[in-house]
Design a protein around this ligand. Structure first.
Ligand code: PRT
Ligand code: ZN
Length: 289
C-alpha cells in the first residue's frame, strides 16, 4: 500500500478567524504540529498526520474530493458551498450568525420587507434558499468583502452578512433585522475514507470531544457533615457518582465530583445551605466518559 495514502490529512484555515482556535484545539488534543519551511503543509509529531493550511472557502471542496480527509470550517461556509461531506463534530468556537441587516432608521416587521429589494451578500446560495422557501422575490447582489458598506454606497437596500458583536453593522448605520442561520466551526470529514483513515478520523473526534468535555466541566471538592452526603450527592451526581472520603475529623467527609461549569454558581447557594464548606473548583484537562 502506498505510504502517502495512510497519512491522515487535516485541513485548517491558513490565516483568519478560525486559525488560532483550530491550532489551540489540536494542541490540546495532543496534535503537535511541527511547522517547517513549507507554508501550506506541516507534519505532526509522532502521528501519521499532516496539516494542510488553506483558505476557508477551499476546505469543503478539498474534503469532498479527499485531498484532505478532514477539515475545520465554519458551518456558514459549508452551507454556502454545499459540498457533500460528513459533519464529524461541532466545535465550540467560531460562533456567529448570518443575518439580514437594514438601515437603522427603517422599520422591520418580517422578511416581506425585502420583497423586490436588492440585498448585497457574499452568501448568495443561503440567501436565495431562504427567500425561495418564503416565496419572496429579491434581487441578490453578490459581492466579495466589505458587504457592510454597500448600502451607504447605494448598491443595495440591505445586506446579508456575518454578525458577531454587531459593531460592524452599527458603525455602518445598519441594524440586524433577521437572523437566518447560526454558525460555528465544525470538523468535517470526507465521505469516502478507507478503513485505516476512518479509524484515524474516529480517534481525532474522540480526542477533540475529550478536550471539549473537559472544558465544559469542573472538578469540585468540598467538605460536608457525613449525614449530608446523600443530599449533596443528589446535587452533584458527577459522571457516575461522587467520590466520598472520610475526613480525620469525626462526622465529616470530603466529597469529590464533576460539575458542568455553567451550573457552579446556580448550585453554590444550595451546597452552602446543605452545610458544604471549603469548596474547591478545579479545571479538568481531559475527560473521557
Ligand atoms: O482568507 P480566508 O478566505 O481563509 O478567510 P475569510 O476572510 O473568508 O474568513 P474569516 O477569517 O474572516 O472568517 C472565517 C470564519 O470565521 C467565518 O466563515 C465564520 O465561520 C467565522 N466567524 C466568526 C466570522 C466572524 N465570527 C465575524 N465576526 N467571520 C467573519 N466575521 C466578520 C464579519 O464578516 C463582519 O465583517 O466580522 C464582522 C462582524 O463582526 P462584528 O463583531 O462587528 O459583528
Ligand atoms: Zn474565505
Amino acid at each position: 500500500m502506498n505510504h502517502e495514502n495512510n497519512i491522515f490529512k487535516l485541513a485548517i484555515q491558513k490565516s483568519g478567524r478560525l486559525t488560532e482556535d483550530s491550532l489551540r484545539l489540536l494542541g490540546e488534543s495532543g496534535i503537535k504540529i511541527r511547522f517547517g519551511d513549507r507554508a501550506l503543509r506541516a507534519v505532526v509529531e509522532g502521528l501519521p498526520m499532516e496539516i494542510l493550511f488553506l483558505r476557508d472557502d477551499d476546505i469543503p471542496e478539498y474534503v469532498e474530493n479527499g485531498v484532505a480527509h478532514a477539515g475545520i470550517v465554519g458551518l456558514n461556509t459549508l452551507e454556502e458551498k454545499g459540498n457533500p461531506v460528513d459533519i464529524l463534530c461541532p466545535l465550540d468556537f467560531g460562533h456567529c450568525r448570518l443575518s439580514l441587516a437594514i438601515p437603522k432608521e427603517q422599520t422591520y416587521d418580517s422578511p416581506e420587507f425585502f420583497r423586490n429589494k436588492k440585498i448585497a451578500t457574499s452568501y448568495p446560495n443561503i440567501l436565495e434558499k431562504f427567500f425561495k422557501e418564503k416565496n419572496i422575490p429579491v434581487k441578490i447582489e453578490k459581492i466579495r468583502g466589505s458587504v457592510e458598506i454597500s448600502v451607504s454606497l447605494g448598491l443595495a437596500d440591505g445586506i446579508f452578512d456575518i454578525v458577531s458583536t454587531g459593531s460592524t453593522l452599527l458603525m455602518n448605520g445598519l441594524k440586524e433585522a433577521e437572523c437566518v442561520m447560526k454558525s460555528y466551526a465544525v470538523l468535517v470529514g470526507c465521505k469516502n475514507l478507507n478503513k485505516e483513515i476512518k479509524k484515524m478520523a474516529t480517534d481525532l473526534v474522540f480526542r477533540i470531544q475529550s478536550v471539549m468535555n473537559a472544558q465544559k466541566n469542573r472538578y469540585i471538592m468540598l467538605n460536608c457533615p457525613t449525614e449530608k452526603v446523600k443530599t449533596i450527592s443528589k446535587i452533584l451526581p458527577g459522571v457516575k457518582s461522587p467520590t466520598v472520603l472520610p475526613l480525620a475529623m469525626e462526622g465529616w467527609c470530603s466529597l469529590h465530583s464533576v460539575i458542568p461549569e455553567k451550573d457552579f454558581w446556580p448550585l453554590l447557594s444550595r451546597l452552602k445551605e446543605e452545610g458544604a464548606q471549603g469548596i474547591l473548583v478545579i479545571p479538568i484537562e481531559k475527560m473521557v466518559i
